[in-house]
Design a protein around this ligand. Structure first.
Ligand SMILES: [Ca+2]
Length: 167
């Protein structure tokens, strides 16, 4: 235990009358503190940090680790796309380096709230307000593995083409 525990009896306010017992106690307390240290709320070291976006507003809402070790993020951007907010997919490698990003949406607001990698692409659930009925509809879409849209459907609204493409 020498070298592992540097705390001595004086550190505990012990009066020193019985030197053996306080030394053992100090060693136990010191060892316990060392063992507990990782659980005491120390912030993890930041490995990397990346920012993506343009002059508008961007937000990442959902993410998932992909089978290739990278990361897929779904959210929205107002910097480009079909107008207003557009659903935004961002794919990075394991170090956060951008591999591709895609915007999907119409003149209203589209947001990606959840993303799931599937065998042949990605499935995204979110909201869209580009439908003819107005308001916000549930948006479900699937992309190819490179993020380009395969199909999209909306659910909701009043007689506004249930399940149809809003743009
Ligand atoms: Ca839009």
């Amino acid at each position: 235990m020498d070298g592992l525990v540097r705390m001595g009896p004086d550190d505990l306010g012990w009066d020193g009358a019985s030197p053996e017992r306080p030394r053992r106690l100090a060693a136990l307390v010191g060892a316990a503190l060392l063992l507990l240290q990782p659980a005491l709320g120390q912030a993890p070291d930041l490995l990397w940090e990346k920012a993506f976006g343009g002059p508008g507003e961007e937000r990442g809402i959902s993410l998932q680790e992909t089978a290739d070790g990278g990361i897929i993020v779904a959210g929205y951007t107002t910097s480009r796309g079909g107008g207003g907010r557009d659903l935004w997919l961002v794919k990075t490698d394991s170090e956060g380096e951008l591999e591709w990003d895609r915007t999907i949406g119409g003149p209203g607001d589209e947001e990606g709230w959840a993303v799931l990698e599937v065998e042949d692409g990605y499935v995204v659930a979110g909201v869209s307000s580009s439908g003819e009925g107005g308001g916000r509809d549930l948006l479900l879409l699937k992309t190819y593995s490179d993020g380009y849209e395969r199909w999209s459907k909306t659910f909701g609204g009043a007689g506004d083409g249930l399940g149809g493409r809003p743009w």
